[in-house]
Design a protein. Structure first.
Length: 433
């Protein structure tokens, strides 16, 4: 069987980590540690399940199934077309890509300029520079392992380690009492916090890009590609666990700080430990992490849309997404995060159920109603919940769904999904009648 060398396999695993690890992965774990306080352990376990376990399983599941379109196509062709489009737009130019620039700007530029500096002009100039670099590098999608795995990611990991060990050995640990959201079921809230990384839905499209990079290294047999993807997932999981644990600890240990998000917590910690040098370290961390993810997302989105609309080349689509994202990035980080929450509440449960179904035995996947019934029930509850979160209530339906187990924790979709799966498995195939 074809296989990568141990060294190449390691770099592929680091590349997978780099593709995921961007703005949200940096800012949400510290704030979880800060907000969960003394309930940090169960909250972190819930976060790890949705922010590490699901994305890695998603990459493997999507690769095994032949990509997101093939996997979603088991629901129906129209669903596959709409859902796939929404996934690419959400983790692409409409949310995740602009977030990489807005977050890195607030961490790499804002701390170094005065309050009277023309922030709008600086933001525009930074976006042009940031996306210009990202575009230039994204024009070579089959070289992600060389760029991310071998060069940028190791630098990123070293810088995060410096910040963590400084906090662990020289910081003063001061944990908060748990915030209201973490007092009843901290693990459930941590699980929901993992939604904000967008990684479970990004996983559904990263699989094909990772497979292409594995192919570029001479591994073309389908079984061998899946095998390499599984190993890469294991390597990435270990890296995620270590990095998320370090970032959560930084937030946890700064319980006496006054902060509104994870970015501010990291800034406070870096300043306490290293002074002005800390701001430089943190700026480098954010720029590298955000650039890594931005490059990966532009590659994936441009590849998909160039296949969907072949009239325009990969280069044209990549350029379009870079320019569009640069414009949207100037809406600001808080605005982007506010928009992302209801969209993710709608898409994430559907993505989770698809990932789970991808690992069902083939004989069960052949049940004709398995995918359509479970996804439909999951989608109905997810849409109703997302609308409720933005203040829109549907008569009768909102009241019915609010009575579901775990609904108050944002996990009301679990029971309908389980019911759909059980019913679909109990109904025999026509040929079995």
């Amino acid at each position: 069987m074809q296989k990568l060398s141990s060294k190449e396999q390691l770099f592929v695993g680091i590349t997978l980590f780099s593709m995921f690890f961007g703005a949200g992965n940096l800012i949400f774990p510290p704030f979880l540690g800060f907000s969960a306080g003394t309930a940090v352990l169960p909250a972190f376990l819930g976060f790890a399940l949705s922010a590490i376990g699901l994305p890695i399983l998603g990459v493997i599941g999507a690769t095994r199934s032949g990509g997101i379109k093939s996997l979603a196509g088991r629901v129906s062709s129209p669903f596959a077309a709409v859902f796939t489009m929404l996934i690419y737009l959400s983790i692409g130019p409409c949310l995740a890509i602009p977030r990489t620039a807005s977050t890195s700007f607030e961490m790499a530029v804002t701390p170094f300029v005065g309050k009277e500096a023309p922030s709008t002009l600086l933001s525009i100039l930074y976006s042009v520079l940031f996306f210009g670099i990202a575009l230039a590098l994204a024009l070579h999608p089959l070289k992600l392992v060389d760029l991310l795995g071998k060069r940028l990611a190791p630098i990123l990991l070293v810088l995060i380690a410096v910040l963590f060990f400084g906090c662990a050995f020289f910081g003063n640990v001061s944990a908060n009492t748990p915030a209201v959201a973490y007092q009843s079921i901290p693990a459930a809230q941590g699980f929901l916090d993992g939604y904000q990384t967008m990684d479970a839905i990004a996983a559904l499209i990263f699989g094909l890009m990772l497979a292409a990079n594995i192919n570029a290294r001479g591994v073309t047999e389908n079984h061998a590609v899946i095998h390499s993807t599984v190993i890469a997932g294991g390597i990435a999981s270990v890296l995620f666990l270590c990095v998320y644990g370090a970032l959560t600890f930084i937030g946890f240990s700064n319980g006496n700080a006054s902060a509104q998000n994870g970015a501010q917590l990291l800034s406070i910690s870096a300043d306490r430990l290293f002074g002005k040098a800390g701001a430089i370290i943190l700026a480098a961390i954010f720029v590298i992490a955000c650039l890594n993810t931005c490059i990966s997302l532009i590659c994936c989105c441009a590849q998909y849309f160039s296949q969907l609309f072949p009239r325009f080349s990969y280069r044209t689509w990549a350029s379009f997404f870079a320019v569009f994202s640069a414009i949207l990035a100037n809406a600001g980080l808080n605005m982007i995060l506010k928009i992302s929450v209801p969209i993710l509440n709608c898409l994430y449960p559907i993505a989770i159920v698809l990932i789970a179904l991808a690992f069902f035995p083939k004989r069960l996947q052949e049940k004709p109603l398995l995918f359509p019934l479970s996804i439909t029930l999951t989608g109905i509850v997810s849409v109703i919940y997302a609308l409720y979160e933005i203040g829109v209530q549907i008569p009768v339906l909102t009241n019915l769904t609010s009575a579901l187990p775990l609904y108050s924790a944002g996990l009301g979709w679990i029971c309908p999904a389980a019911v759909g799966i059980i019913l679909a498995l109990l109904i025999p195939n026509k040929k079995e009648n």
